[in-house]
Each structure stands twice: as structure tokens, then as C-alpha cells.
Design a protein around this ligand. Structure first.
Ligand code: SF4
Ligand code: SF4
Length: 63
């Protein structure tokens, strides 16, 4: 399964209600901020699901 970001639900990281929490809890460094937007480096993701469980906007899911 591949983690997918819904960019509309996520919006800009500056608008994130938990201040970009997903980028901090991703131990693999697969979620990073680039130019204010959340970017996934899928090759680093180990499918731990922490980001999915902790995003208050339900902006991350698996496809
Ligand atoms: S926690 Fe959710 S809303 Fe916040 S930056 Fe991550 S994906 Fe976007
Ligand atoms: S599932 Fe885990 S490793 Fe993959 S992006 Fe989310 S927090 Fe990072």
C-alpha cells in the first residue's frame, strides 16, 4: 500500500492545526515540508501508519 496525501485537505503546512505534526512523527523522514507544502518521499515510507492516525484533517490515507 502506498501513502497518499490529499493536498486539498492538508493545505499549506502553515495552516495545519497541529503545525505539521506528520513531518515530526514520521521516523523515516518520508514526510517533509517543501515550499510550505507537504511532500511525500514514498521510497522512504515503511507503512507504519502513524501519519494517517495523527492527521486531524484526515489528509493522509492509503491507496
Ligand atoms: S498533519 Fe495532516 S494537515 Fe497537518 S501537515 Fe500533516 S497531512 Fe497536513
Ligand atoms: S506511514 Fe509512517 S513511515 Fe510512512 S509516511 Fe506515514 S509516518 Fe512516515
Amino acid at each position: 500500500m502506498v501513502v497518499v496525501i490529499d493536498t486539498e485537505k492538508c493545505g499549506n503546512i502553515t495552516d495545519c492545526p497541529v503545525e505539521g505534526l506528520c513531518t515530526k512523527i514520521c521516523e523515516q523522514g518520508a514526510l517533509v515540508e517543501e515550499d510550505g507544502q507537504l511532500v511525500l518521499h514514498a521510497e522512504k515510507c515503511d507503512d507504519c501508519d502513524l501519519c494517517i492516525q495523527n492527521c486531524p484533517n484526515q489528509a493522509i490515507s492509503k491507496a
